[in-house]
Design a protein around this ligand. Sequence first.
Ligand code: SAH
Length: 281
Amino acid sequence: MDINALLSKLPDMEPGQVWLAGAGPGDPGLMSLLTLKGLQQADVIVYDALVSPEILAMAGEHARLDFAGKRGGQPSSRQQDISEHLVSLAREGKKILRLKGGDPLVFGRGGEEARHLVENDIFFRIIPGITAGVGGLAYAGIPLTDRHTNSAVTFLTGHGADGGLAKDIDWEALAKSSPVVVIYMALSRIGLIAEKFLESGRPADEPVAIISRATTAEQKVVVTTLDRCADDVRRENIEAPAMIVVGEVVKLRKGLDWLGALAGKKLSADVSGIRPQGSRT
Ligand code: SAH
């Protein structure tokens, strides 16, 4: 079956409906076919700053592109304004693609926008995307779980509702129970976050990876430790967006950095010295 035949079997966008879709972390190859169909069929695409230009380039010729995010230090459009914009476009009978980076329901406020649509009796679909905490790690050659290291993982935001660290995080419990912590929106607070982990008993030499601009041509990965990570972020001039990964699992990158291998790096499948969860803390 060719790709167009496959796309034609997928649902069509209907006038007055919103598709709340994820674009994935950056590489257009990681986008879903449903999101691609939305790009082709939408009258209006309301997109966030994290959606890559290569993906927007796949929009149909008739589509209008409405930017709804931060740019050049300008404050982001207010959430309420975006939600109301979606409602008024739907009432005009437009086919609307609300396109977000990664997955729309992972630290993306997709749920809030969807609830606003529900309150206004507007039908929508939710189309998941590959979240940066999954796709970004895969492109850095870091597994989220591995039987040598961990059987649980936590996704965390470094950015609470009021701009500081989220208030509802029990750092001691987290440090104790979650061998691998994958942190979004944390680059500017990495020092504070590392301090919280150290105060809660995680070892100073615990491995940390910072994955900047994951899955794009500018991807950069820095492997460091809890006690050095804040300095290394400054020294290496790491740019947003970036994911931070804390845990022994980071060491597995030496055997799985497939992007590095494609560029000539030698990988090592040796897992000796990689310690299981619970043995460090
Ligand atoms: N809904 C998105 C997350 C939005 S929050 C998702 O599921 O991926 C924004 C944060 O996502 C950024 O601060 C960064 O931590 C992370 N992020 C998104 N895209 C990224 C990328 N290509 N590389 C690294 N981090 C990314």
